[in-house]
Ligand binder design. Structure first.
Ligand SMILES: [Zn+2]
Length: 313
C-alpha cells in the first residue's frame, strides 16, 4: 500500500512551482534605468511548512555555550519558529542553563524539555554502557531536577557496537526509563533498537536520526511496527530527501502510513550546527511541505508535544 503511494508522487509540489517572471531587457539600447528586472507576480514557491517546530534533538554543549550566549541560541530558535526543544548537553550544565532561563525562554516562546546527558566528557561516549558511575550520576541528576521542572528523559547516548546495548549500564538505564516514564534518545543502529527494547519493552525511545547508517526504509517500518513506543527523529537521516531537498517518495509513504511516529531535530552536536541552525530548520520546513498540512504539523510539532504533554504553542 505504501509503495503505491510512493509511486503516485507528491501532488502538492507539482501545483506550486515558482513562477517569477521578469521583464526582459525591453530597454536594450535605452537608458539604463529601464533595464531593471521587475517581478511580475509575488514570489511563491513550493509548499513549505509554516507552523511551529518541536526540536527533539538539541545539544547546548560547553563549547557552544562559550561561543553562543543564551540570548543568541534562543534568538536562533525564535527566528526558526521552534517553540519547544529537547535539551541534552555535555555536560548537563548547558541544559540546566536553558532550564534556568525562565524569563528569557518564556519571552522567546520556547519550552525547554530537559534530558539527562550520560556524558560528563568525551571519554564517556564509548564507555558509558558498562560504567556504573554513569547510573549514579543519572540518579543524582534525576533527584535534583532542573529549574524548568523534572528531567523528562535520558540521552542522547551512542552505541558504536550494537552488542553494547546489553551492557549493564545500558540495561539498567532502559529499565529506569521504563519505570519512571522517561523518554530515551538513542543514537544506535537498527540491531541495537531490538536489544534495547528487550530490556524494557514499554520504554519510550526516540531513535536519533532513525538510523544514521541508513537502515532500509522497510527495516525502519518493521521496527516501528514491532515496537509501538519507538519514534524516529530525522536529522542526518540518509535518503530522507532528494533533488532540491524534497521528501523522497519512500519516506513520504512511510510518514503517511505512520504519521504519529516521527519527529524533527537539529542535532547541534558541534558549533557549526549552531551557525547553520536557521538553515537546518528551513530545510526541515521544505521537506515537511511535501506532506499534507495536518501530517506535516503532526511530525513538526504534535508528536513531540504529545510525548511530553505540552500545550499548543
Ligand atoms: Zn546528537
Amino acid at each position: 500500500m505504501a509503495l503505491s503511494d510512493a509511486g503516485r508522487g507528491p501532488p502538492i509540489r507539482a501545483t506550486r512551482r515558482v513562477f517569477v517572471a521578469r521583464i526582459a531587457l525591453l530597454a536594450a539600447g535605452l537608458p539604463g534605468a529601464f533595464a531593471q528586472a521587475q517581478p511580475l507576480v509575488p514570489r511563491t514557491g513550493p509548499a513549505v511548512y509554516a507552523g511551529p517546530l518541536f526540536d527533539s534533538h538539541l545539544h547546548y554543549n560547553d563549547e557552544a555555550a562559550e561561543r553562543y550566549p543564551l540570548a543568541d541560541v534562543l534568538g536562533r530558535m525564535q527566528r526558526s519558529g521552534v517553540r519547544a526543544i529537547v535539551a541534552n548537553s555535555r555536560p548537563n550544565d548547558g541544559t540546566k542553563a536553558l532550564a534556568a532561563a525562565r524569563e528569557a525562554t518564556r519571552r522567546a516562546g520556547v519550552t525547554v524539555v530537559p534530558f539527562v546527558r550520560l556524558y560528563r566528557n568525551r571519554a564517556d561516549y564509548s564507555g558509558w554502557h558498562a560504567d556504573p558511575s554513569i547510573v549514579e550520576m543519572v540518579l543524582r541528576e534525576l533527584a535534583a531536577g532542573t529549574e524548568a521542572g523534572p528531567y523528562r528523559g535520558l540521552g542522547e547516548f551512542h552505541l558504536y557496537d550494537s552488542a553494547n546495548a546489553d551492557g549493564p549500564t545500558a540495561r539498567r538505564l532502559m529499565q529506569l526509563a521504563e519505570e519512571r516514564g522517561l523518554v530515551v534518545l538513542a543514537h544506535v543502529d537498527d540491531a541495537a533498537i531490538d536489544r534495547l527494547f528487550a530490556h524494557a519493552p514499554k520504554a519510550r525511545l526516540i531513535w536519533a536520526h532513525t538510523g544514521i547508517g541508513g537502515a532500509a526504509v522497510e527495516r525502519v517500518r518493521s521496527l516501528l511496527t514491532r515496537h509501538p513506543t519507538l519514534l524516529g527523529e530525522l536529522s542526518y537521516r540518509p535518503g530522507l530527501t532528494e533533488g532540491e531537498g524534497r521528501l523522497s517518495p519512500a519516506w513520504r509513504a512511510l510518514m503517511l502510513e505512520m504519521p504519529e511516529r516521527f519527529l524533527v531535530g537539529s542535532d547541534t552536536w558541534v558549533n557549526s550546527r549552531w551557525d547553520d541552525y536557521e538553515a537546518l530548520m528551513q530545510q526541515a520546513r521544505r521537506w515537511l511541505g511535501d506532506l499534507p498540512p495536518p501530517i506535516a504539523r503532526r511530525i513538526a510539532w504534535d508528536n513531540g508535544a504529545a510525548l511530553f504533554g505540552l500545550p499548543p504553542p
